[in-house]
Design a protein around this ligand. Structure first.
Ligand code: ATP
Ligand code: MG
Length: 1139
């Protein structure tokens, strides 16, 4: 088993206390001292690192050292904090386990330094790249900022952390940092206003005054002289080895890197300056007339400057220092503050202002360093909390109580996770084990934090209780409640043990912490726990015209006045410590136990008693014992087999059986000695880390081989794939190229062929053209010759014909002239003769007239004119009648001709004569009628009365004569039986359609009408189906349209009406209805039958009344009338409209 053994090589003392022989407290201290003297400040107890503060810088944190420890196993090299950091980082990265690094030790033991070393190591070994480096830089640079504001020089430590800090660094799956989250715990804010002798206020005040430029100080209205500020203690204002001015520049630079804006930095500095100014405000008493004391601000210059800095109204702040308003429910009571109260208010404001500024800084840093991605991440938490603290002269107050409580809790978690859990695990797993005794400090934790009777609960109860509450009443309470607790000591305890203990003053109580007894002075406990800031002050602050101040005092917003008491400082701290502990328990712990070698902050001094005390209370001896008796490494069987199965052929690649057997086979195969391993119920325990390193080494080698194998196969696969791809590509390229070449050749041949072809075709075409042209010329020549020949012939003929025509024309013209001359002569003669005859007649008429006038002149006296007129009229009328007689129209009554009237004055006579003549010829026409014809015409007349302009069918029926017996029933032997069944004369016999009441379909029936009844009979057989006496028919209904539908409605209650009314259709509808109407009209015993003409009428079918509705349909749907039963109540008849 070849393992690098640097841990053991050249070892000073023993690097791992587990190997210490013999193990005793002295040998333990001796080993620590020996190593410390040789500058070996780190020693292991198994995986726990003990770190001794060297109080000088050692050359063991160089980049070379980082490289040396990088990726090396924990025990491979000499003990170092880097080994622990590397182990934690690799477990986080490779095994996906969240880590936490718990650094404990008393104040000045080197916790903060250790935490920075861990962070810088992780930053050095994790991934690189622009973004990653920025994150790393921001994470690291958050330290100087927080240290400036949260650290101070104390008697124990020149850079003592006065707040607790837990920082979660977040990594991605590759182990690159993504960001971080810082949690802070209770800043010791009392330090702002008062520092113990030999201690300083927080660094930032001194840094600002020493390091800021004159210009900055002028803007902040500050003076470089520390002595000008009441809040700065002067006795240790300058600390040797601490360059405040340089540190100020570092802090400003760090703020910039972390991402603070310039105006944010300015606001922060303004607040720091304001705190300094606040400390300088002094008050003087002033008596009021009512005898009460009041305070007034002494010198208002500082107040003014502070108000200017924060953009506040001076009067507002001044009033807040002089009055206190108490609000209860609806009431507000203002009381004046005396000088002491005013100072109290001032200090409370300063403390609050500073501590809130500090919390804001943490939040602001968190905003900058928070991880930008939401991806799942792994976390490494680094806890650097204020160390256990005891002031020798009993000056321990609330802050020390809180700090020590926190350390108790950390010790508890250490005990839980290393001592108790480890031992319990051995028992649980059935490993042979002898129990090791250790002190469990759970009982002390319980004394402080128990919800019912713990000291913190008592304090809260006292703070919230009505009535007078003082620190003394609180102590009284403790004395009664905690009297019997073995770790609580008090002079006034019921327990008489301490009555005479003069080391225990009356105003104190003592707790036996795991790290020693601590005497707490109760003074200020109640006040500090209450942590009250008068509402007037917070409201005054909220009014400031300063964005940061406004943010820090949200409760001062008058719109959000909350009368509830804020939770006490103790309560808040207990809650946040509880959260922290729960958080730590979910992570894999790594311990750094810091030990302070001396109280003088000096290098090379190893104070035996001091170290012994720390070794004792830290329980380091117990730790070694448990470790020595136990096993260095344990792991459940499944992950163990999974991790190492490649080391054995039988377990690789798959083990079929139970995991434990697999592990056993594996270990046997690797020839691990039996004493090195124990098999628990669910885990394997490996005693020596070397065995584990051996396994890891083997695994690493095997992984390399496997990687080579995978690489080989992958490369082979990749080359093959590449080759196949190339081959495929080559075929494709070749195919494309061949295609291209063939296409090119083809195109060449094709174009050559086309050229040759075109030449040949051209030659052939030209040859053909030549032949055709020759042929055409020949044809044209022949045609021309023929044309010339025909032309010559035609011209000769034309010339002959023209000659002939000229000759004929000459004859005709001569003849015509001759005829013309003859005709004109004759005309002249006839005209002469007519003129002569006319003249003779005229002369004769004149002569006659003359004669008549001479003869009748004697009669022409008074009434000659009238007579002539009457004669003339008579003559005219005579002529009119004679003319009329000769032009009389025909005797047809429908002849509309009549001669035109000759004279206007005969207009009346002419019309009258026309009428007389028409009546006369009608009379003549009627006289010719026989009785039968007359009856027929009467019927026609009646039909016109009933139907004219009412039914569209009527006009077409006018020209059809009413035949009556269409079936010639008496002659037809087929209907003989039927004829005999009817005893009356048949007036009408026809085939009609009887409309089926159920579906609207028609059935042919013979319809016989006599004077008394009508009969419906089967068309084929002549069998009588129904015989209805006409008196039972009440009315008839027909539509307005061209259809032949008619309903015969029967008298209700009559025997015929049992089956209901008849709906029939006939081509001779007009005749049937007219005949029925006539019979009704002539019968004396009954009323006339009514004929309803409407497109909607009701028909009684058995019990139901059905509406028969006629609608017009387009002729497209067929030219015949159709009838359909639509529903129970509607029968629809669609009649095509005539085109
Ligand atoms: N590894 C180290 N190398 C050199 N000097 C160290 C080392 N560790 C601590 N110191 C010195 O000890 C001083 C105190 O250490 P540090 O501030 O870490 O103590 P702490 O345990 O954090 O105390 P507190 O609880 O008061 O904050 C440091 O200022 C430094 O001078
Ligand atoms: Mg510290």
């Amino acid at each position: 088993m070849e393992v690098k053994t640097s841990l053991l090589d050249n070892m000073i003392g023993v690097g791992d206390m587990v190997l210490l022989e013999p193990l005793s407290e002295d040998s333990f201290l001796g080993n620590l001292k020996k190593r410390f003297d040789h500058s070996e400040i780190y020693t292991y107890i198994g995986s726990v690192v003990i770190s001794m503060n060297p109080y000088r810088s050692l050359p063991i944190y160089t980049p070379e050292k980082v490289e040396e420890y990088r990726n090396r196993n924990f025990y491979e090299l000499s003990p170092h904090i880097y080994a622990l950091a590397d182990e934690a980082y690799r477990s986080l990265r490779d095994q996906d386990k969240d880590q936490c690094i718990l650094i404990t030790g008393e104040s000045g033991a080197g916790k903060t330094e250790a935490s920075k070393l861990v962070m810088s190591y992780v930053a050095a070994v994790c991934g690189k790249g622009h973004e990653v480096n920025k994150v790393k830089e921001q994470l690291l640079q958050s330290n100087p900022v927080l240290e400036a504001f949260g650290n101070a020089k104390t008697v124990r430590n020149d850079n003592s952390s006065r707040f607790g800090k837990y920082m979660d660094i977040e990594f991605d799956f590759k182990g690159d940092p993504l960001g971080g989250v810082i949690s802070n715990y209770l800043l010791e804010k009392s330090r702002v206003v008062k520092q113990p002798r030999g201690e300083r206020n927080f660094h930032v005040f001194y840094q600002l005054l020493s390091g800021a430029s004159d210009d900055t100080l002028r803007k902040l209205k500050l003076d470089r002289d520390f002595s000008k500020y009441n809040y700065l203690s002067l006795d240790s204002a300058v600390v040797s080895g601490l360059d405040d001015a340089a540190n100020f520049r570092t802090v400003r630079n760090a703020m910039q890197i972390v991402g603070f804006m310039e105006d944010e930095v300015q606001s922060v500095l303004e607040l720091v300056a304001a705190v300094l100014k606040l400390g300088n405000i002094e008050f003087k008493p002033e008596s009021r007339c009512n005898g009460t004391d009041e305070s007034r601000v002494k010198d208002k210059n500082d107040l003014k400057e502070m108000c200017e800095l924060l953009g506040m109204e001076q009067s507002v702040l001044e009033r807040a220092f002089s009055y206190r308003t108490v609000e209860a429910k609806m009431e507000k009571v203002s009381t004046t503050l005396n000088v002491a109260q005013a100072y109290y208010a001032r200090d409370a404001l300063a403390k609050n202002l500073y501590s809130r500024l500090f919390s804001w800084l943490v939040t602001r840093i968190n905003e900058s360093i928070q991880a930008q991605t939401k991806a799942r991440h792994k976390v490494m938490g680094v806890l650097d909390i204020y160390g256990f603290e005891i002031f020798e002269n009993g000056d321990n107050s609330f802050e020390q109580f809180i700090i020590n409580y926190c350390n108790e809790k950390l010790q508890q978690i250490f005990i839980e996770l290393t001592l108790r859990e480890e031992q319990e695990e051995y028992v649980r797993e059935g490993i042979e084990w002898t129990n090791i005794e250790y002190f469990n400090n759970a009982i002390i934790c319980d004394l402080i934090e128990n919800n019912q009777n713990g000291i913190l609960a008592m304090l809260d109860e006292e703070c919230l209780r009505p009535g007078t509450v003082t620190d003394e009443t609180f102590l009284d309470k403790l004395n009664t409640i905690c009297a019997d607790h073995q770790h609580f000591e008090s002079r006034l305890n019921k327990n008489s043990k301490f009555l005479n203990d003069h080391s225990l003053p009356h105003n104190c109580f003592r707790i036996q912490h795991y790290a020693g007894k601590v005497l707490y002075r109760v003074e200020g406990f109640v006040d500090k726990n209450n942590d009250l800031l008068y509402r007037d002050l917070s409201q005054a602050m909220y009014k400031a015209n300063h964005s940061l101040i406004k943010q820090l005092f949200p409760e001062g917003n008058p719109a959000k006045v909350n009368l509830k008491r804020p939770p006490t400082a103790g309560f808040q701290f207990r809650a946040s410590v509880g959260t922290l502990m729960r958080n730590l328990q979910t992570k894999n712990p790594n311990y750094i136990r810091c030990i302070k070698p001396n109280d003088k902050k000096a290098s090379h001094i190893f104070t035996d008693s001091l170290v012994r005390h720390q070794v004792r209370y830290l329980g380091l001896m117990e730790n070694v014992r448990v470790r020595r008796a136990g096993y260095a490494f344990r792991q459940p069987y499944e992950p163990c087999l999974e991790r190492y199965k490649m080391l054995c052929k039988r377990t690789w690649p798959h083990w079929k059986g139970p995991a434990r057997e697999g592990v056993e086979v594996l270990m046997a195969d690797l020839q691990i000695p039996a004493e090195e391993i124990s098999y628990g119920r669910s885990k394997i325990f490996i005693r020596n880390p070397r065995t584990l390193f051996f396994l890891e080494e083997k695994r690493k080698q095997c992984l390399q081989d496997l990687a080579t194998l995978i690489q080989k196969i992958y490369r082979g696969w990749k080359c093959r794939t590449h080759f196949l791809l190339m081959k495929k590509s080559q075929i494709v390229v070749a195919a494309w190229y061949r295609r291209y070449a063939q296409q090119k050749t083809y195109r060449n041949i094709k174009s050559a062929t086309t050229v040759v072809q075109s030449y040949t075709r051209g030659w052939q075409a030209r040859k053909l053209l030549r032949e055709l042209k020759y042929q055409k010329r020949c044809e044209e020549a022949v045609t021309t010759i023929a044309a010339f020949w025909h032309g010559t012939q035609a011209r000769l003929e034309l010339r002959r014909l023209k000659q002939e025509a000229r000759n004929k024309h000459a004859v005709t013209v001569i003849w015509a002239y001759w005829q013309g001359t003859k005709a004109r002569r004759e005309l002249r003669r006839l005209k002469e003769e007519a003129r002569r005859k006319h003249a003779v007649a005229l002369i004769w008429a004149y002569w006659q007239g003359l004669k008549v006038r001479r003869e009748y002149r004697k009669f022409f006296r008074a009434n000659a004119g009238k007579k002539i007129y009457d004669f003339t009229i008579q003559r005219i009328i005579q002529k009119y009648f004679l003319g009329l007689k000769s032009s009389m129209p025909s005797m047809s009554p429908i002849d509309r001709k009549w001669p035109a009237r000759p004279y206007g004055f005969l207009d009346g006579v002419h019309t009258e004569l026309r009428k007389i003549f028409h009546h006369w010829r009608c009379k003549k026409y009627r006289d010719q009628f026989t009785e039968e014809k007359k009856a027929v015409y009467e019927e026609k007349l009646e039909a016109s009365e009933i139907f004219k302009d009412k039914k569209a069918l009527y006009p077409s029926s006018v020209s059809q004569p009413f035949k009556g017996d269409y079936l010639e029933i008496s002659k037809n032997p087929k209907y003989q039986k039927l004829n005999s069944a009817v005893d009356e004369k048949v007036l009408l016999a026809d085939v009609v359609n009887k409309i089926n009441r159920a579906n609207g379909k028609g059935t042919p029936r013979i319809f016989l009408l006599t004077k008394k009844n009508f009969v419906l009979a089967d068309q084929k057989t002549g069998q009588v189906k129904a015989s209805i006496p006409l008196p039972d028919v009440t009315s008839m209904s027909v539509s307005t349209q061209k259809d032949g539908f008619f309903a015969l409605k029967l008298k209700e209650g009559s025997a015929s009406a049992v089956k209901g009314d008849f709906l029939l259709s006939s081509e001779h509808l007009i005749e049937i209805i007219t005949k029925l109407h006539r019979i009704g009209a002539t019968a004396a015993d009954r009323e006339k039958l009514k004929v309803d003409i409407s497109d909607e009428f009701l028909v009684q079918f058995k019990q139901d009344k059905v509406c028969v509705k006629f609608i017009q349909s387009s002729p497209k749907n067929g030219n015949s009338v159709s009838c359909k039963r639509k529903n129970n109540r509607l029968l629809e008849v669609s009649v095509p409209t005539s085109p």
